[in-house]
Write a protein that binds this ligand. Structure first.
Ligand SMILES: [Ca+2]
Ligand SMILES: [Ca+2]
Length: 425
């Protein structure tokens, strides 16, 4: 019987070859995992961070608290507490947060919440201390309010944000106000701010006589000059755009609009759009049932008899993982699923990432309340159960390959030794 011996040189060459193959695999498939950033938050609904290189992320809790978490030190502190002002019934709560693009100098943040007394949507500006570590709740300046129908506690949307490179205009997503089949018929009604994306200039006060309206109408809003429409409107025909985002690199707007009985949808508006898009609700849901009225979603998925859905809009990935650049990550609150869209010249491809991200032992399927970005473009996933995760490359790919290779060579060496022993040498 032929004798074989364990060869360290061969091991090294094989090891390098397999490592290079592994690198190619990683670059193509992009194995990912969720790394736990923090647990024990009280119904977290959002996470964000100011631009400018801060290692601190800010977690928005439904009840009215914002927690600052320094990822470099692990330190947590209360950034803002307006719990006494916030109603939390149903889908009400502290729903949105946006840092001023000039945060480094003005220390302004904007929030969207449901008022405890009136149950209306409030968008307010607060001013933090000079260090930017905490906010006195008395610094509130109300930007605007949106009247909500009494008795309906869902479809309050709540996302607010600034388009990259534009420090003047705050975009505000509103839902249709709640209930089934858009009972107010708000989506297509251009005289109500419900069921819309609003766009207002927060650097000027165009209503000097009104202490509760502290913004101005941008001259280039799509319905300015139209007496039959509110000048604040940017887009309409939305049901519950709970989470939306701007692509931090391109300025494109991505809106996840929660469906009713049939379709969950991702709506895409290019950065150069002049606004005024009709997203269809409530004459259609996704692409059904009145094709020709309103704009098609970029992507939609259907409810089934077995599985309903509630989309949680996410972000275009612009973080440090090269192979994920440009993919739009989003999830589903009801299903606990996570996936990404690849948009290229041939169309839109959906990659279901639930098995690798939401299902591993120790994580489990969870209700995805939101996604979020930090200053470096890292992507976060927020579970309403109190957990916040970061999307990171899967290091165990390398470890698993290395361990597998070692085990394989060890087994081979044992076989050689056994054969050698049987050969009696
Ligand atoms: Ca005013
Ligand atoms: Ca639609």
């Amino acid at each position: 019987m032929r004798r074989r011996s364990f060869c360290p040189a061969r091991f090294n060459r094989l090891s390098v070859a397999l490592a290079l193959a592994a690198a190619a695999t990683v670059a193509q498939a992009g194995p990912l995992r969720l790394e736990t950033v923090g647990t024990g938050f009280d119904q977290p609904l959002f996470v964000t961070a100011p631009t400018g290189g801060s290692t601190t992320i800010h977690i928005v809790e439904k009840g009215g608290t914002i927690i600052a978490l320094d990822r470099a030190t692990g330190t947590r502190s209360t950034f803002l507490d307006i719990g006494a002002k916030v109603d939390t019934d149903g889908e009400r709560g502290l729903l949105g947060l946006a840092f001023s693009p000039n945060w480094a100098t003005d220390r302004h943040v904007y929030v969207n919440y449901i008022d405890a007394t009136t149950k209306n949507t409030i968008v307010s500006r607060f001013t933090a201390n000079a260090a930017g570590t905490a906010i006195d709740a008395t610094s509130e300046l109300r930007v605007l309010s949106v009247a909500q129908p009494p008795g309906l506690d869902n479809h309050k949307a709540g996302w607010i944000g600034f388009k990259p490179g534009d420090a003047r205009h705050l975009y505000i997503a509103t839902g249709d106000g709640g209930g089934g089949n858009d009972p107010l018929q708000a989506g297509q009604d251009l005289t109500t701010p419900l069921g819309k994306v609003l766009r207002v200039d927060v650097t000027r006060d165009g209503f000097a006589a009104d202490p509760d309206r502290n913004y101005a109408i941008p001259d280039d809003n799509p319905f300015v000059g139209n007496a039959a429409a509110l000048p604040e409107l940017w887009a309409y025909g939305l049901r519950n755009p709970f989470r939306a985002s701007f692509d931090r690199q391109t300025g494109d707007l991505w809106i996840g609009d929660v469906g009713q009985d049939a379709r969950e949808e991702v709506n895409f508006e290019a950065a150069a759009s002049p606004g005024g898009i009709n997203w269809g609700w409530s004459v259609r849901e996704g692409t059904e049932p009145t094709p020709g009225v309103g704009a098609d979603p970029l992507y939609e998925y259907a409810h089934t008899a077995q599985e309903r859905g509630s989309i949680t809009g996410g972000y275009v990935y612009r973080g440090p993982i090269a192979e994920l650049q440009g993919q739009y990550f989003f999830g589903d609150f009801v299903r606990g699923t996570i996936g990404s869209l690849v948009v290229d010249g041939t169309g839109v491809t959906f990659i279901d990432r639930t098995a690798s991200l939401a299902l591993p032992a120790g994580i489990g399927r969870f209700q995805i309340a939101s996604f979020g970005e930090d200053a470096f473009g890292n992507l976060y996933v927020v579970g309403i159960d109190g957990r916040v995760f970061a999307l990171v490359p899967e290091p165990s790919t390398w470890l698993a390959l290395g361990a597998g290779l070692f085990a394989m060579l060890l087994a081979q060496r044992r076989r050689v030794m056994a054969v050698t022993a049987r050969a009696g040498t």
